[in-house]
Design a binder for this molecule. Sequence first.
Ligand code: ADP
Ligand code: MG
Length: 720
Amino acid sequence: MATLSRLAEVPVSEIKWLGPKNSAPLVKAGIVTVADLLHHVPRTYIDRRDKPRLDRVPLDSEVTIVAEVKKINTRRPKKLSITEATVADETASLNVVWFNQPFRQKSLPVGTEAAFSGKVTSRNGRLQMASPVVEVLGDDEESIVTGRIVPVHPQVGSLKPWVILRAVRSALNRARPIPDPVPAEMLARKGLIGRDQAFSDIHFPESLDRVDPARDRLVYDEFFRLELSLALQKRRQMEDATGFAHTPSGELAGGFIEGLPYELTGAQRTVLDEIDTDLREPHPMHRLLQGEVGSGKTVVAVAALLSGMEGGWQGAIMAPTEVLAVQHYLGVTGLLAQAGLSPEPFAAPSELGMDSLFGSDGPAVHIGILTGSTAAANYRPDASRAELLADVASGQVDILVGTHALIQEGVEFHRLGVAVVDEQHRFGVSQRVMLKEKADAIDPDLLIMTATPIPRTLSMTLYGDLDVSIIDEMPPGRTPVETKVLSRLEEAQAWKRIEEEVGAGRQAFVVCPLVEDSPKVEAASATAEHERLSALMPDLRVGLIHGQLRPMEKEAVMSAFRAGEIDVLVATTVIEVGIDIPNATVMVIEDADRFGLSQLHQLRGRVGRGMDPGLCLLISDPASEDAGERLAAMSATTDGFVLAQEDLRIRGQGTVFGARQSGVADLKLADLLRDLDLLTAARNDAFAIVDRDPGLTDHPELAEEVRAILGESVEWLFKS
Ligand code: ADP
Ligand code: MG
């Protein structure tokens, strides 16, 4: 009898059948402990009851067949010994040969039934097997292969399947019964079987209908451990944090929203309410705001920052790139100007083209921008970097926009109350934490925005410690972007469409092929494409942007494009995230099959942001089935959640963004697409337990297990 936590400490080399030589390939494949081995579950099962044997045996691969010895003899030419046997089942016979194993003669007398494991080859129409491993089948009930259902484990390196089979059997025999730490009432509610039974049934089921319930139970356990760690993490964040209960008066935020030239959508209002509730709570907000590009997240974020300002707190917006930081700065200053909340020098012109009458009367929001290369402010056009930093420290700056420069040495806020992190997936969790630490007295409320739609199962696992808000409604009047796939031979149609749109006063993007892991090569190919297209469309002004340009050069190109001085922008994926040019209506993506679905979706979000309908042309001759499926999905829908779900289906969960840094990597059996119900149940159960027993002191076995299986990454949860 051994708990799973205990088994997670026992190296596989201690299993009787393995030893150092055979355990090396296992360890290399990540199967380090006995617990790991028990989670290496069969990929399929062979039901011996209806599988005929020798006459259908696959050639040249490792198999185990059961047969009776019909004939056996040993020759001794020179110093060798060669033992040859004929064995047969009801369907065919097989020649077996061993070299220098004369003992076989004795151990396999005619009439013996045995399991022979090795490779079957066919020579001159005769089936042969050389030097098989043999297991004599007697009355031994423990025999592995005589069971009517034979598990087939996934191959590990060069290890013979029977080695794995034996090792699993031996480990199970030693470990069982495996105690069950999950409260019985939780299992009963879901109709889940016991843990010990589950391990036994998944590896050596007595009948095939025992497999699914066993799998369900083990999947539940994987989710349960992960969700327990997330629940603990969330609890920890709450307890460690010194929050602040904001008391928004609505003065600034309300005025801002009224000043907008449009009504908020229902979804935006709902999310604003959720944020408002969080702000009023004494513990800090940890909220993920998901919404399609253009769904109006930024407006919501600015309202949240203004709510904080109402109580005298500063706000910050952190963006992943210079270009995006600049764009946010321009966007936020523009929005505030529209609402009459700008300081004097930048007061908004009214729609009649005159200066706003109210610009200088009302409250003014001071916004600064700080990136590696830029320091500026809307109330102090000539601010130097040092002056800006001094103003941030003294509280003169209300909202500071920037890149990760915000979290570097030398930036001190006076009173940081609300922090917004845009496009979370470009930042790691540690950067989130560093931003929080910029506010020393209290932990600011944190809003993380992402335009990457994440299927619900993933947000429950990747971002399980965050509360999630979703803007699932687009502002009215947007027509979805139309998407078409063109073959390379048809590319002329794309350039023609670009010329038409530019003729009508609009702009276009041409996205160059992705060159994985080589920004240099990618930049070179974009440069070449820029030359080619300039020649193809001589009447248009064609610009170029790629990742090898300096930040200032990039920003110069973007502002020329924004100002309409460039008609067609040839670009690499540097434009993937957040770029907002409402006048751009066409996007051509070259070799579109090289991109992943979520990336294509992000790119496509760059067009159709204004009132004019957008068009996305995917040039591609897809080389694989997956690629074809991705492009078909792109033309079929513009719903990012549907695409994200498709992406997960096509690519599998291991490749999903962030999977490696999170507990998702520890999921060996669970399937995020298929197992939503189990995940939901496990999450509810885990959070309920932690609610009642925050330190898991009443559930020491569970605490031990989370620790033992999820490893060092959760160790901090248990330190006080
Ligand atoms: P996101 O940050 O989600 O990509 P933004 O906040 O940048 O979206 O909004 C995209 C555009 O839509 C902006 O020009 C913004 O002013 C506008 N917008 C936002 N909310 C609304 C709304 N409710 N109705 C009309 N336009 C809106
Ligand atoms: Mg945005």
